[in-house]
Write a protein that binds this ligand. Structure first.
Ligand SMILES: O=C(O)C(=O)/C=C/C=C/O
Length: 491
C-alpha cells in the first residue's frame, strides 16, 4: 500500500501502513498557500503500544544481532533508494513545509542521503575500546567493551528540517542495531512516512522502523515517551518541550539526547570584507526562513562598520524572493503555520514597543491570490535594541535579527555569551588568531569562523544550557545509540 494515498498519510507499524480510522484525523496544510493537502491518521495509544511492541519484537527476532556489514549494506541501499526517489522526497518535503525547491533539493533531501552513507561508513570503521590491565604478581586482565544497541529508541523530530533531522537520528540508530518508533511533527508527516516505504524496500525487518503520527500532549508524542518499552529518547525541538520529555522519562531513568533551541549570536569584527560578511550573515539569518535552530538572531557588529553591515543586510533581506516554493527563483518560503506566524508577529510588535528601529520588514508581504493564504512574513532586521530586550533573549525562530554595535573584543564576547542558550555562534574576522580565540570563548556546542552551517558530520554536534543535552555526530552518535558492556577477563 502506498504511504500517501487516497488522501491519507498513514501510520507505519510492524512493517505495514495502517488503515486509517477516519474518526482520528487531522489536516496536513501546505504552508505556502494555507490549503489542505491531505488528512493524517492520528495514532491512538493502542497503536503506539503496537509500534513499541513491534520494535521490541524486531530486536528479539534478530535485528539487534545483525552483523555490522549487513546493517551498513542496508543503510547504503536506503541512501541509493532515496537518491532514486529524490523528486518524490523533494515534493513531500515541499508539501509539508512550503520551503523553496532549491533548498529542499540542495539541503534537506541531499543531507538525508549523506546521513545514511556517513553513518554506514562510521559504524563500519568503528573499533571497540580495550585495555590490558597490569595486576599484582605480574598477572594481567584483558578489558574490552562490546557495543550493544540501546534498544527501542523514540525519535521525535521537528518541522523545520524534517527529513534532514529524522535521518540524522535514524541512520546512526539503525547502524547501531536499534529499533525505532518515530513521531514526526504534526506539521510535517510526509517524509517520515515515505522513508518507511524505502526502508522496507531496502530490506529492513518489520518493526525495526515505525511511524506514529500525532501531537505531543495527550497524543502520540506523550503515548510514546511515557511508554515503559522505550529505552531512550532522541529529540530535536523547543527547549520547553525538551524539559517536558525529560520529566516524562525521568521516572524510568531513560537516556535522552536533546538538540533544542538557540538564540545564536554572530560577532563581526571591523577587519572583514563587508560583502563577504553580509553574504554569510544573511545566509545565517534567513536560511529556511530563519527556522533553523542554528540561525543567527543576534548580530554584534564592531562600531566602525556597523552602518555598512546594517545597510548590506537590509539590501539582502529586500532582495530575497518570497514565492511559490516550486519556482526555482524562490529563495524564501513561508513560516510553517499560521500559529507560528502569529508568534513571530507578536515579537515584531514587541520589538517596536521596545523601541526598535525597523531597518527592513516588520509585516506581512502581499504575494497575490495564490499565496496570500500562506503563512508568509517579511524578513525583518532591527537596530536600537539591547541584550535586556526580550527579542534578544527569547528564541523567535523566524527570518529576524537584531543588530547591536560593540567596541572591544571582550565586550563582544560578553554580549554573545549573555544568554541561557548555548547552541551555535559565528565569528567573522580576517584575523584568524582572533577567530580561534573568540570562537573558543563562546559558550556553545558549535562555533563557526567565517562561515555558517558548514557541517562535518563526524564532529560532535549539539548544545549546552537551554540548547540541549549530549552530542550527536560521528562517534558521539555511536555513544548515544549503543550501550557498551565492558568485559574483564583474568589472564
Ligand atoms: O546539520 C545537522 O546535522 C543538524 O542537526 C541541523 C540541525 C538544525 C536544527 O534546526
Amino acid at each position: 500500500m502506498k504511504p500517501i494515498h487516497d488522501g491519507w498519510i498513514r501510520n507505519f507499524v510492524d512493517g505495514e501502513f495502517v488503515e486509517p480510522d477516519s474518526r482520528r484525523g487531522f489536516d496536513q496544510i501546505d504552508p505556502s498557500t494555507g490549503r489542505i493537502v491531505a488528512r493524517v491518521h492520528e495514532a491512538d495509544r493502542p497503536l503506539v503500544d503496537r509500534a513499541v511492541t513491534a520494535a521490541r519484537r524486531a530486536l528479539d527476532r534478530g535485528w539487534a544481532d545483525t552483523p555490522v556489514r549487513e546493517r551498513t549494506a542496508l543503510l547504503r541501499r536506503v541512501a541509493d533508494r532515496i537518491e532514486e526517489r529524490f523528486d518524490e522526497f523533494v515534493a513531500a518535503e515541499i508539501s509539508d513545509t512550503g520551503k523553496p525547491l532549491t533548498q529542499a533539493r540542495e539541503l534537506d533531501v541531499t543531507r538525508a542521503i549523506v546521513n545514511f552513507r556517513t553513518f554506514a561508513d562510521i559504524v563500519a570503521a568503528a573499533g571497540q575500546e580495550s585495555f590490558l590491565t597490569d595486576l599484582a604478581g605480574g598477572r594481567q586482565a584483558l578489558n574490552y567493551a562490546v557495543r550493544k544497541p540501546l534498544g527501542v529508541v523514540a525519535v521525535i523530530v521537528p518541522w523545520n528540517l524534517p527529513l534532514l533531522l529524522l535521518t540524522w537520528k535514524v541512520a546512526p540508530a539503525l547502524a547501531c542495531g536499534n529499533a525505532i518508533v518515530v513521531k514526526p511533527s504534526e506539521e510535517t508527516p510526509s517524509t517520515a512516512t515515505l522513508l518507511a516505504e524505502v526502508l522496507a524496500e531496502a530490506g529492513l525487518p518489520a518493526g525495526a522502523y515505525n511511524v506514529v503520527h500525532g501531537f505531543g500532549a495527550d497524543s502520540a508524542g506523550e503515548y510514546l515517551t511515557t511508554h515503559p518499552g522505550i529505552d531512550g529518547v532522541t529529540f530535536t525541538g523547543s527547549s520547553a518541550t525538551g524539559a517536558h520529555v525529560m520529566k516524562t522519562v525521568a521516572p524510568r531513568v531513560r537516556p535522552v539526547s536533546f538538540e533544542l533551541g538557540g538564540k545564536n549570536a554572530a560577532i563581526v569584527f571591523d577587519d572583514v570584507n563587508i560583502d563577504e560578511a553580509v553574504t554569510g550573515l544573511a545566509k545565517s539569518i534567513f536560511t529556511n526562513t530563519g527556522q533553523v535552530c542554528l540561525c543567527t538572531e543576534r548580530v554584534y557588529v564592531q562600531r566602525a562598520i556597523f552602518d555598512d553591515i546594517a545597510a548590506g543586510l537590509a539590501e539582502r533581506a529586500e532582495s530575497l524572493r518570497l514565492g511559490d516554493p516550486n519556482d526555482p527563483n524562490t529563495t524564501t518560503g513561508p513560516l510553517i503555520s499560521q500559529g507560528h506566524r502569529d508568534k513571530i508577529l507578536g515579537y515584531l510588535r514587541l520589538a517596536e514597543e521596545s523601541g526598535a528601529k525597523v531597518l527592513t520588514g516588520g509585516g506581512i508581504p502581499e504575494l497575490g491570490p495564490d499565496l496570500d493564504g500562506g503563512s508568509w512574513i517579511e524578513p525583518t532586521l532591527w537596530t536600537g535594541l539591547t541584550n535586556t530586550d526580550r527579542v534578544l533573549r527569547e528564541e523567535i525562530f523566524g527570518p529576524v535579527a537584531a543588530l547591536v554595535p560593540f567596541d572591544t573584543e571582550d565586550e563582544a564576547i560578553a554580549l554573545a555569551n549573555d544568554t541561557e542558550y548555548g547552541l551555535a555562534s559565528a565569528v567573522w574576522t580576517n584575523d584568524l588568531r582572533r577567530g580561534h580565540r573568540v570562537a573558543q570563548k563562546m559558550h556553545v556546542g558549535i562555533s563557526w569562523v567565517n562561515t555558517w552551517f558548514t557541517r562535518e558530520l563526524r564532529s560532535p554536534f549539539g548544545g549546552m544550557g537551554l540548547s540541549g543535552i549530549g552530542r550527536e555526530g560521528g562517534e558521539s552518535s555511536l555513544h548515544f545509540y549503543s550501550e557498551p558492556t565492558n568485559i574483564c577477563v583474568q589472564l
